[in-house]
Ligand binder design. Structure first.
Ligand SMILES: [Zn+2]
Length: 249
């Protein structure tokens, strides 16, 4: 799949709490979500909610509400909390997979205005696509090593799918989710506190495989015309230094 139809009628009704601060946060209002009958799964900490604005054709969109508070985020959780959250997401992901209704499932996160996000409240998205597969290329996860051992590969992309700063993290054994969460959180904090203090935006793109989990942690700002117009991906020339800096961060 390289293109998918976006329903502009649905899209035009979407609220945006990042731009319009007066808009009431839909994810702080659990009772409201319950009344609308949109909660698919619930614990004291997390929710999975049917997305009210299904903008993409032939897909089933769900939102994972990560926290009860609007002001927390992956950078502020304890590693144990993040591990419970991810494990909650993975259970849902696997159950979606087992239904057999989806050719592929996209699991991702937007954080901040340049990430494509519209709601500040910490959340992720899991979208099942009925007809389409997205491209999976393991070479996308190679780069300048931050850390590599029998469990973890952690590096800066030297061939980013986006441009500038893109961190790759692979967990080679799903039983060690705690390990994965530690480095995921460090990557996010490094982007917010060091690499991208100006925009404070990032995306996460997960790839869940039989025996491993991969995630791209992509620092976001305005997208350049070199990428959009010409397909040229700008790659920083200081990745060795940054890898060393993140190793001790
Ligand atoms: Zn909220």
């Amino acid at each position: 799949m390289t293109h998918i139809i976006y329903n502009t009628n649905v899209g035009s009704n979407k609220p945006n709490t990042l731009i319009n601060k007066d808009f009431k946060c839909p994810f702080c209002n659990r009772d409201g979500l319950k009344k609308e009958g949109r909660i698919l799964r619930e614990t004291n900490e997390f929710l999975i909610v049917e997305n009210k604005f299904p903008v993409l054709e032939n897909s089933y969109p769900a939102v994972v509400v990560e926290h009860n508070s609007c002001n927390e985020h992956i950078g502020t959780y304890s590693v144990e909390y993040l591990e419970r959250l991810l494990s909650f997401c993975l259970d849902y992901y696997e159950d979606l997979q087992k239904t057999g209704s989806y050719k592929s499932i996209a699991f991702f996160k937007n954080h901040g205005i340049f990430s494509g996000g519209s709601i500040q409240h910490p959340h992720m998205q899991i979208i099942g696509f009925h007809n389409n597969n997205y491209e999976v290329n393991n070479d996308d996860f190679s780069g300048v090593t931050i850390l590599s051992n029998q469990l973890i590969d952690w590096n800066f992309s030297n061939k980013p799918k986006s441009e500038f700063f893109e961190i790759n993290l692979t967990l080679k054994n799903k039983d060690y989710l705690n390990e994965f969460c530690t480095y995921l959180q460090k990557s996010v904090q490094f982007i917010l506190q060091v690499l991208n203090t100006k925009h404070q935006c990032y995306n996460l793109a997960f790839q869940i495989e039989e025996d491993c989990i991969r995630v791209k942690i992509i620092s976001r700002g305005p997208t350049s015309i070199l990428l959009l117009g010409f397909g040229i991906h700008q790659t920083p020339n200081n990745l060795e230094e940054l890898a060393a800096q993140l190793r001790v961060f």
